[in-house]
Design a binder for this molecule. Structure first.
Ligand code: SF4
Ligand code: SF4
Length: 69
């Protein structure tokens, strides 16, 4: 099975994440997992670099170069 984790550009900076959960809500591939206000990259290999999480993150905790994966 293709594992895009080797090639995708998703970067998550937990230090500036405020736990709002928007990334979880908008990601169509369930990449993010939320427990309370703690966000983790549960399935980074599923990221298809659509960019929705980056566009909706209010703290710029996420960076992804769309169109690469
Ligand atoms: S770029 Fe798209 S697929 Fe990847 S984590 Fe963000 S919302 Fe999910
Ligand atoms: S959208 Fe940004 S600030 Fe909100 S939970 Fe996701 S990474 Fe954290």
């Amino acid at each position: 099975m293709f594992n895009s984790y080797q090639t995708n550009t998703l970067q998550f900076n937990a230090a500036v994440c405020n736990g709002c959960g928007r990334c979880c809500a908008v990601c169509p591939h369930g990449v993010f997992s939320r427990q309370g206000r703690t966000i983790t990259l549960a399935h980074v290999e599923n990221c298809m670099e659509c960019g929705a999480c980056q566009r909706n993150c209010p703290t710029n905790a996420i960076a992804v170069n769309s169109g690469v994966g």
